[in-house]
Design a binder for this molecule. Structure first.
Ligand SMILES: [Zn+2]
Length: 123
């Protein structure tokens, strides 16, 4: 990953997704930018999260979200990503690649915690 290569390949201010790879070509991290994928990849040059990258440009943040979800699910055994990709703010559709149990787990994760867990064996 070199800043000059990223600047040469990717126009400024385009929506996109990317995959970072190790020096041996194993996918390591999946990401997305809804505003500027070039700027996001340039930031990864300094954090050394990967040795190589691939990217796609998308017409809308919604399209980018769907691609990021597809990459996240397909490559998950190799990735350091542990949190499911977040939807763009206006995007109401859930991930089409999640199984029903995964979708309900995501909804549960976003519920506010109003009480401490009950111990069912305490009575
Ligand atoms: Zn999903």
């Amino acid at each position: 990953m070199s800043p000059w290569l990223i600047r040469a390949l990717i126009p400024a201010s385009v929506v996109g997704t990317y995959v970072l790879y190790t020096s041996t070509g194993v996918p390591r991290y999946v990401g997305r930018s809804d505003t500027d994928v070039r700027r996001r990849l340039l930031r990864h040059c300094t954090d050394r999260a990967g040795s190589y990258f691939s990217y796609d440009v998308h017409h809308t943040p919604g399209n980018a979200f769907e691609m990021e979800c597809a990459l996240f699910h397909a490559l998950s055994p190799h990735l350091v990503n542990r949190i499911h990709p977040d939807r763009p703010n206006f995007h109401t559709t859930s991930c089409t690649f999640c199984l029903p149990a995964q979708l309900s787990a995501q909804k549960f994760r976003h519920l506010p915690q109003t009480s401490t867990p009950r111990n069912e064996d305490a009575q």
